[in-house]
Design a protein around this ligand. Structure first.
Ligand code: SAM
Length: 242
């Protein structure tokens, strides 16, 4: 028992016939949880996006060599059937992504969706942890009682339709963007929200890492911010509620 007063305790699910969804850090190794380490140690194999990234994480955590099964956005659907067969044979598989919480804007969703519909007797065990959009929201200082998570804005089809819907969206909006498109995306958001110049915007960069920063601006200031922002690392954009 960890702390009876807070009704917190550590308990263990049986260690077979199990799909564990394991969150990993988004930049700071210290954010790995005790349960994540224990699960990665005890599972039969780790299903991951990039075996080099996960191999490196396991090395840093001093977890002895483990079977790594690659599973990414372009994985052949027959791989899902193969993984389901292994689960049904009694194995414990741990699903991780390159960083953060699996299935949040990454391909783990396909596996969890198929296991829950095709093999509902396989328990799904979730081990929560870091996620970039939650860290960005909590540090943004913007109203977050309600928010809309967009993930990555589409690159082509649907992109302008999405941005044109922002003025009508009164809740806080949170989205992911890569270093290659951050300037373009911020400029397009500024254009779409030109009628709400005072609306607040926070750009969270390199969360939990050495160069973490929160750049706080408004829609009116966004074109300048887009130019001067350090174009390095990873970004989350938060647009405040109206
Ligand atoms: N599954 C991850 C999660 O739980 O946040 C998200 C994976 S998604 C493929 C990667 C995107 O998340 C990046 O392009 C960036 O927008 C955001 N991201 C991930 N780590 C971040 C960090 N340390 N700081 C800021 N944004 C980050």
């Amino acid at each position: 028992m960890l702390n009876a007063q807070c009704s917190l305790s550590i308990y263990h699910l049986p260690d077979n016939l199990l799909l564990s969804i394991v969150s990993t850090p988004i930049g700071n190794l210290g954010d790995i949880t005790l349960r994540a380490i224990e699960t990665l140690k005890n599972c039969d194999a780790v299903v991951c996006e990039d075996t080099r990234v996960t191999g490196n994480l396991l090395k840093l955590l001093e977890i002895p060599k483990k079977e790594l099964i690659s599973f990414h956005g372009y994985t052949d659907p027959s791989k899902v059937d193969f993984l389901i067969r292994r689960l049904e044979a009694g194995e414990h598989l741990a699903l991780v992504s390159d960083a953060g919480t699996p299935c949040i804007s990454d391909p783990g969703y396909v596996l969890v969706s198929r296991v829950s519909s095709l093999a509902p007797h396989v328990p799904i065990n979730v081990i929560p942890g870091a996620s970039a959009f939650l860290a960005a929201l909590s540090g943004s200082g913007l109203p977050i009682n309600e928010f809309v998570y967009i993930g990555f804005p589409p690159m082509k089809k649907g992109r302008q339709t999405l941005f044109r819907s922002f003025p009508e969206e009164e809740r806080t909006i949170v989205l992911y963007e890569s270093v290659h498109r951050i300037e373009k995306t911020l400029c397009e958001i500024a254009e779409a929200l030109a009628g709400q110049p005072e609306r607040r915007v926070v750009i969270a960069r390199e969360l939990t890492k050495m160069h973490e920063e929160f750049v706080r601006t408004t829609v009116a200031g966004l074109p300048d911010t887009a130019k001067t922002l350090t174009k390095k690392g990873e970004f989350v954009v938060v647009i405040g509620a109206v």
